[in-house]
Structures are given as C-alpha cells and as structure tokens.
Design a protein around this ligand. Structure first.
Ligand code: CDP
Ligand code: MG
Length: 705
C-alpha cells in the first residue's frame, strides 16, 4: 500500500498477529468527500482468466494430486481430506470418484451445510461435466430438488440426507457419501457422521459369509469421505478408527492483514468507509466484505450504491453483489461473473463465502468480525429455543476470511477490529450439538428407532438440552410418556417443517382449516421475513398494512396478506405485484418463496392423505386452535403491569413493536419467536382466548395420565 491513512496494523501473512505498528489516524473521514483517483488501469476489477472450464479444472491445486488421491480413495473405506478453500475439493472429488469408477453403480452424495452452496455447486459441476443440472449432476435441498434417474452426483444439504434416512435407513442408493465442510460441525453433520459410522459397519461387514461367497450386504459397501477446510482432521480420523488423512497442497499468496486501532461498534458504517477508501485509493481488484447477516448486507448494499452514485463522473463505478443463504437461486450466479468493464466488484457476504463458496478475483477483504450463530437459550433464562445471535467470529473464521484475498495474487485484509480483539477470539466454534435445540433431530432419530443418548457422537450433547427437547416433543404429542414415538410424531417428522409448525399443520386437519394453516406456515418457513421493518419505517408500514390487519394478531394478518397476494398473482403482472409489495412494505421475496414452499408442502400433505384444500372460510378460531397446538410452549398470560408471563418458562416478555398487537392488552398470546434486545420481545404474536390454552393443558394431562 502506498499511502496508509487507515488505522490498521500490519501483521504480515495469514498468521496470528505478532508485530504492533499502530497508526494514529482514524477511519472517520467521510468517504465521498475525498478526491477520487482513477485506478492505475482502466481495466477495472481483477477478472478471472478466461481459460476454458476444463483448463480451469486442470489448474486447480487438487488436480496435481489426482492420481494419488484416487488411489487412496479406492483403498480406504473412510478418508479425511483437508485442503485450503478453493483447492477444488468440493467440485473435483465427486467427479474423480465418478470418473474412476469408485462409485460403481451407486450414487455419490455430497453434503453441504447450506442450501445456496448445494445448488450453486451442482450448477458448477454440471457445467464442468457439460450437462444440465438435474441430469447426471443434481441437487436436493429443502423445498427444492433437481435430480433424475440419471443422477450420479447429488449435492444435498445435510438435513436432506438425514431426511432420506427415514425412507432408506442404510442409504443404500449411495455408494459414496462425502461429508463436506465438516469443520463447521453443524448439528446435522454430527448426526450424519454418527449414523454413517453405524451404516458403514452394517453395509461393509462380512456377516459369516463363506470364503469367496460374500453376503448381500458386502455387495453394496459404503465409502465415506470427510472434507474439511481447516486443520482439525485428527478428531474426524479418530472418530472413524484412525482413518487415513490426506492433505491437498494449497496455493495461497501472501495477504497483508490490518487491524483497526479502536473497536468499531458500528461495523456497517466502518465497512462502508473502508470500502470507499479502497475504492478511491487502491489499484483494481474486487472487494469481499464479510457481514453477519442479510439485514446488514441489505443496508450496506443500499449505502454503497447511494455513495457510488455520487462519485465524480470519471471515477470507476461500483457493482455490488449480495450473497447470503436466502438469496434466490437466479441471483447467486451473478457473483461468479466479472463486473462490467471498468467497474469494481464488491461482494457483500455472510460466512457462506468463508469456505463453502469460492469467489474468483478477490484482492481485498473487509472483515467486520461478526457472524450470526444459532444458540440455544435455556429454559431457565428464556425461551428454551434457538435464537440467532450476532456475535464475534472465531480465529479460525478470521483466518479463512483473510485467506479469501490471496487466491489469485497477493491481497489485503482489513479487519474492523483490534489486534487484541482478534487474540481474544475463541480458536474455533463450539459444535452446534452442544449449543442448539435438539427437538427436530430427536424426532427424526425416533423415526429411525434411535436415541440420542445411545448414538456414538463426536461430542455428546448435554442432558439439559436433551431433556428439554424431549419435553417439547411430549407437549407437541410427538412422543408419549414412555418417550416412544406416536403416530402423530411420525407424520410430523415426515413434513419438512420445524416440529411446532408441523404440529400446527397436523392439528388443522382436526379443525378443518388446513388451507389457512398451510398458507401461514409457508410464510413462517420462508428464509426471509415478510415484513420489512426498520424502526424508522415502522409507522409508515403499519399504516400501509392497516387494511390487512386482523384483530386477533399477526398470524391472521399474514393470512390476509397471502390471500390478497394470491389474488394479485392472478390479476396483475410481475411488475404490478412488485409495486404492490413495495407500497405495503412487504418483502416479495418471502411471498414468492412461500408460494414454492406451499407447493411442496401440499405434496407432502397428499402423501400423508391430508386434503390440504379444506378451508374454514372466514372463521378464525379453528386457525388459532391449530396454531396453539404447535405453539403451546410459546404462550404467555397478561400480567397486571401489562407485560406477559411465559406459561412454560420464567421470563416476562413484551410484544414486539412491529407486531399488530403491540399496543393492545389481550389476556393470552402465542408467539413465533423471542427477540433479545433491551427487553425480551415476542414476535409474530396472536391473541388467543385463555380457555383454549386450558383445553390444551387438559389434553396433555389426559395423555400423560
Ligand atoms: O471445495 P474447495 O473450497 O476446495 O474448492 P471448490 O469449491 O471445489 O472450488 C474450486 C474452484 O471452482 C474455485 O476456484 C472456484 O472459483 C470454482 N467454482 C466456480 O467457479 N463456481 C462455483 N459455483 C464453484 C466453484
Ligand atoms: Mg468446498
């Protein structure tokens, strides 16, 4: 760097910081006040070389070790493969397995913790194979699938593969299962690893077969490949009886790391200023900014565009691309293409760009040091549910983020936190199984006749969270008082929904309002929120949505919106619908996703013999009763002081200011989730008669007695 106006500390390559060179200047000048210099070359951002897709394949670090790798995969039942992000593990290994015949007649499953990674990788590998996605190469994620009888390589979310266990407990369709991104240690990855270990024992064992005459099970052996981007391979290897560990020789250019001199509480603003400092002062090269979540990404996206518009006419432009889990598929592809001529590409991503997805051309990384983490809030202190919290990343994540800048040449990483903050970060993340709700997993295990307590896990979950998940399942009627799975529980597990929503949908059959509940749970299952709610826009939004408002609260308000939207769908064109959503401050993406989810769920309903078209018309009580069956553990009674006391839990909650009931006092409420800010707020709230809650309690007592 020629000029350093930042307060960054140079700590050299991708290494823990040692040197301390503080600069006194602060990052407080307004970005657009600065004189804009043109980048040295008018060429714009560092574009990926335009070599053919096959040349690109052959140039990947993993290609050099291909023969040795294939040999090891042939010889070992379990292999642990470690390699730098971008070395070609995820895209190449499945193709090597297929091309070398290791997978025989079976399929290859490649698991991903995130939906967006599974679909985009399948698209890429299909391209490399010169086929269209859904043929030889396919994917399967919740609410979306592209595969056929010809599919041999299938990218799946780990959750979907667990779902497949329900219908095929030995995963007999697969001859190879690749567990990718294993270092993330998601709850589902851990569940899969535990199951795969057992499955492999069954499928690969000789059960008393005579010499030369192998039993049927051995004719369909299973190979397991565990892939990780970090050097934590030992634990995986030990778990699989000291499995062979292979390292892919990486190719990483030096990255200069800077820390801020002071902490930056407003990390979005700090990222904005840092971006424009890079843009105005630094040579061409794309920028990747790591942010915790969609909301921050959308805000920064807007701000960057706003300031970019005000840059002098002769200054190079900025092309901004967001990347997060809920991004619609057609927008994902854009981030892999180069920016328009003369423009600097700026990608705003969550930790998805840490290891799952390699974006070419990145020279500068801005790391806010934050991510969102699912965490279980224990019943003693709160809800007894998972909440997404924004928190500091780990050192391992910080290194991964830094590494993204050095893929194609020397790069720079600007950390928006101090060197001390880096040192204080935990080395790596705690496995999810130790910090998340186990309700859904236990239910799925019950369907497989397994118990969490008896499975062989890499890390055993603690008894409190197992107990609380069992209690919830009991309340929902999914298990009985001997902890045995009920028929209802089995049906609930069949629906690709969180157990509370699955319970509500099952209850809608009893109350003859399936169509209505289906519409509501589809919106609640979408990955983005329906209401565009910021503190500033709250009043305008409430005003705009007044006509949809239902006196009983948010769930029926959602239903009114879905109904209007469906009518709009028929009568108006695409732009009309967009305009309509904009006017009411509704997030159309959520509604579009809900339409897809509803389609999928209605198929699941049909397979369970449920007529999903049954409607209760304008009646509201059947709907509320159904929802209450699922949200019974998320109910609260009004207190004299106007707050609400949880029925199942010690906390006192307030109704979220964004709720249609926020200024009402109703005797009892149910809610979708709790949000922790200055208070504990209940969000997605409906008012229910107290007598309904009493009814459910009686039912539960009767079941247990
Ligand atoms: O799994 P790993 O991080 O080792 O690498 P990979 O995901 O197999 O990526 C290998 C190469 O494929 C990278 O250089 C990516 O740029 C490229 N790739 C791509 O162009 N488009 C995708 N959707 C995925 C990967
Ligand atoms: Mg990968």
């Amino acid at each position: 760097m020629k000029k350093r106006r930042h307060s960054w500390v140079d700590v050299g390559d991708d290494e823990p910081p040692r040197k301390r060179k503080y600069k006194s200047s602060r990052l407080d000048s307004h970005p657009i006040k600065k004189k804009v210099k043109r980048p040295d070359s008018a060429e714009g951002s560092g574009k990926p070389k335009t070599s053919s897709i096959q040349e690109q394949r052959n140039q990947l670090p993993i290609a050099h070790g291909k023969d040795a790798l294939v040999r090891e995969l042939q010889e070992n039942d379990v292999t642990v493969l470690v390699g730098e992000t971008g070395s070609g593990k995820t895209t190449q290994v499945p193709q090597y397995i297929l091309e070398s015949g290791i997978s025989g007649r079976g399929m290859i499953a490649v698991t991903q913790p995130r939906k967006v990674a599974a679909t985009s990788l399948a698209t890429r590998v299909a391209q490399e194979q010169n086929v269209s996605v859904g043929g030889l190469v396919g994917y399967s994620v919740r609410f979306d699938e592209a595969s056929s009888q010809n599919t041999r390589i299938k990218y799946v979310t780990d959750g979907m593969l667990i779902r497949e266990l329900l219908s095929d407990p030995l995963l007999s369709r697969y001859s190879v299962v690749v567990i990718d991104e294993a270092h993330e240690r998601t709850l589902r990855t851990d569940l899969l690893l535990a199951n795969l270990k057992t499955i492999q024992k069954t499928r690969n064992s000789y059960t008393g077969g005579k010499k030369g005459k192998e039993p049927a099970s051995k004719q369909n052996p299973l190979k397991i490949v565990v892939m990780s981007a970090t050097l934590d391979a030992d634990k995986f290897s030990r778990f699989f009886g000291n499995a062979k560990i292979l390292y892919v020789q990486g190719r990483q250019h030096p990255v200069t790391v800077y820390h801020t001199a002071n902490s930056q509480p407003d990390y979005v603003d700090a990222a904005l200023r840092t971006f424009f400092q890079i843009h105005t002062d630094q040579p061409p090269g794309d920028v990747l900014i790591f942010l915790p979540g969609q909301e921050d990404i959308e805000n920064l996206d807007k701000s960057i565009k706003l300031y970019a518009d005000r840059l002098p006419k002769d200054a190079p432009g900025v092309a901004v691309y967001p990347m997060y889990a809920a991004l619609p598929a057609h927008k994902q592809a854009a981030i892999f293409s180069s920016a328009p001529q003369g423009m600097r590409k700026c990608i705003l991503a969550t930790n998805i760009a840490e290891t799952s997805i390699t974006i070419p051309g990145i020279k500068y990384v801005i790391d806010t040091g934050k991510c969102k983490e699912k965490r279980y809030i224990s019943r003693d202190t709160g809800s007894g549910f998972d909440t997404l919290l924004t928190k500091d990343i780990t050192q391992s994540s910080a290194m991964q983020r830094t590494g993204r800048a050095g893929r194609e040449g020397p790069g720079f990483c600007f950390r928006l936190y101090t060197e001390e903050a880096f040192s204080a970060m935990p080395l790596s993340a705690e496995p999810e199984i130790l910090r998340c709700t186990l309700t859904s997993s236990i239910l799925q295990l019950k369907c497989l006749n397994q118990d969490l307590e008896t499975l062989d896990f890499m890390d055993k979950p603690d008894t409190e969270s197992v107990g609380s998940a069992l209690a919830t399942l009991y309340l929902l009627g999914a298990i009985d008082d001997t902890k045995a799975l009920t028929k209802l529980g089995r049906d609930m597990a069949f629906l690709p929904l969180e157990p509370p929503l699955a319970r509500a949908l099952m209850a809608s059959v009893e109350f003859a309002c399936t169509l209505e509940v289906l519409n509501i749970v589809s919106v609640l299952s979408a990955s983005s929120k329906l209401f565009i709610d910021t503190t500033e826009s709250r009043e305008t939004a409430a005003e705009a949505r007044r006509k949809f408002r239902h006196p009983s609260g948010d769930h029926l308000t959602v239903l009114n919106i879905v109904k209007s939207y469906e009518e709009m769908h028929k009568s108006q064109g695409k732009s009309g619908r967009k305009e309509w959503c904009k006017k009411q401050l509704l997030n159309e993406r959520c509604l579009l996703e809900a339409v897809d989810i509803k389609k999928q769920l209605s198929t699941s309903c049909e397979r369970l013999g449920i007529d999903w078209k049954v409607s209760c018309g304008e009646a509201e009580y059947p709907i509320l009763k159904s929802l209450l069956r699922g949200l019974v553990h998320q109910a609260a009674f009004l207190q004299p002081d106007g707050s609400y006391k949880q029925i199942m839990g010690p906390s006192t909650v307030k109704i979220h200011p964004g709720s249609s009931l926020c200024d009402k006092k109703v005797p009892a409420i149910i809610y979708d989730e709790l949000v922790y800010t200055t208070h504990i707020y209940a969000r997605g709230v409906s008012s229910v008669p107290r007598s309904f809650i009493a009814e459910v309690s009686v039912l539960n007592r009767r079941r247990s007695g």
